[in-house]
Structures are given as structure tokens and as C-alpha cells.
Design a binder for this molecule. Structure first.
Ligand SMILES: [Ca+2]
Length: 263
């Protein structure tokens, strides 16, 4: 655009001061010059319009594409802060303190809490967008997948439940009802120890995974979905502190991401 503006100014000066240019070249035909200028200006306008159209298309494509994390070797790992569409429209807030997170930080729920009897399940459609973080995963190895959240919380309960005030969030897969997922390890980054009850049967394909804010100040660092073949029978035997030594998914880097057009 700057090039076009400079050229138009030059042409304007040439038209307004033809004598100055005539002195430099007696053979210039001013009529021919004006036609040439009109052709060049028209061409530059067309080029500029074409570039603008291309950039607009690129912006539109970005809006209709979504991130997809790829399951490989029967697990998929997601950094919570890399939510598709971001998190700034939600009440999740990025934090980098204390250290121990992976990726670029972790997100802390600063919105309204949903706690108490009868609040373990939340209907997907009743959950506000400001509470949700969404991701898409592509499964190639079908089967039952277990879900864990690597998290941090300081423990804001009291009495026998000193760990229970800020220790949970909601999880949904494929827009199912949100279900509570909890952890009892305070002041350290560990995977949720809420057993194997949170699992879902998945065929090969693309699915949405979502986290919903539940208890105030719960921090979510990573999500993992792993195939039942990578889980022990029944509940977990070793404590979450030992999982990084036992399970490949517990210490793996974030899974590969591809982009696809929204169907
Ligand atoms: Ca993270």
C-alpha cells in the first residue's frame, strides 16, 4: 500500500509539473505518459485488492480451523493452557507460580464454585462457556480411555477434609455430562488420583474433551487420556508420585497437534 501511495504522489507531481519533465526529455509524449500512468495505477489497485482478498481468506480459514491433538501409542497428552480458542474468554487464569508445571504454565479456576451434595454431575448444555476449556483429540486405537488431570492446589478445606476445598474440576468427553475429577495431594503438581472411574469408550475418530471449572483455585496443568491397556487392573496401586516411573503417558511431552477444518 505504501508503494502504491508513493507512486500516486509521483504521478500527481508529473501531471501537475509536465514542463519540468519535458526539460529532461524532449521526446516524451505527455498523452502517452498519462495513459501509461493510468494502466500502472489500475494494475497496482488490482494487485492490492488481490492481496487483501488473500489475507481475508487466510483469516477466515483460521476461524474455521481447530486444533486436534493426535493419540499415538494409545495415549494423548494436552497442555491445558493450549485450549482451542484460548482461555481469555473464561474465568480460568494463567499462572506460572509455583514452578513444576509443564508447557507454558497452568490455568487456575477463578470463577464461581460448584460444590456440595448433588453437584458431582453437570449437564453439558447447562455449563457456561466462561467455565469451559475445550480441546479435540483424534483416536486411532479404539477402546476404553481413562482421563486424568495433572493439577496443583494448596488445600483449602478444614478438619478431616483439609485437602477438599480446592481439589477438583469437571471433565467431559464428546459433550457428555461434566463429571467431577479430584485430587488429594496438596502443594504439588500431581495427576488426579481419583481412580479409574472416569473413563469412556472411544472408536477411532475425533472427539471433544472439555474441562469445567468446579472448585475455586483449582489449578489444571495437563490432561491425559490413555487406553485401558496402559492402566493397571482395578484402581491405581502406586501413588501418583510414582506414575512418572511406571506409565509412559505420565512423563511424555505434549502430543502432536494438527489443524483441520471444522465440519
Ligand atoms: Ca501446562
Amino acid at each position: 500500500m505504501q508503494l502504491l501511495t508513493a507512486f500516486i504522489l509521483f504521478c500527481g507531481e508529473l501531471i501537475q509539473k509536465p514542463d519540468q519533465f519535458k526539460r529532461n526529455s524532449q521526446i516524451i509524449n505527455m498523452g502517452q505518459i498519462k495513459i501509461l500512468i493510468m494502466l500502472v495505477v489500475t494494475g497496482l489497485f488490482l494487485i492490492n485488492a488481490s492481496c487483501k482478498s488473500k489475507s481475508e481468506k487466510q483469516a477466515q480459514n483460521k476461524d474455521i480451523q481447530q486444533k486436534v491433538w493426535l493419540e499415538k501409542n494409545k495415549f494423548v497428552v494436552i497442555e491445558v493452557e493450549n485450549a482451542d480458542g484460548g482461555y481469555t474468554h473464561t474465568d480460568w487464569v494463567l499462572s506460572t507460580k509455583p514452578e513444576g508445571w509443564t508447557g507454558t504454565g497452568y490455568l487456575i479456576w477463578k470463577g464461581d464454585a460448584i460444590q456440595g451434595e448433588g453437584t458431582e454431575v453437570l449437564a453439558y448444555d447447562d455449563t457456561e462457556d466462561s467455565r469451559k476449556l475445550t480441546y479435540h483429540i483424534q483416536i486411532t486405537n479404539p477402546g476404553a480411555y481413562y482421563i486424568k488431570v495433572r493439577n496443583y492446589h494448596v488445600g483449602k478445606g478444614s478438619g478431616d477434609h483439609f485437602f477438599d476445598g480446592d481439589n477438583d474440576c469437571f471433565i467431559s468427553v464428546n459433550k457428555s455430562d461434566f463429571r467431577k475429577q479430584y485430587d488429594h495431594n496438596v502443594r504439588e503438581f500431581t495427576w488426579c488420583e481419583s481412580g479409574n472411574f472416569c473413563n469412556v469408550a472411544l472408536e477411532a475418530g475425533v472427539y471433544e474433551v472439555a474441562i469445567g471449572g468446579r472448585s475455586f483455585d483449582f489449578g489444571a496443568d495437563r490432561i491425559v487420556l490413555f487406553h485401558k491397556d496402559l492402566a493397571p487392573e482395578g484402581d491405581f496401586g502406586p501413588s501418583p508420585h510414582d506414575w512418572v516411573n511406571v506409565y509412559e503417558w505420565a512423563a511424555a511431552p505434549e502430543s502432536e497437534v494438527v489443524f483441520r477444518e471444522i465440519e
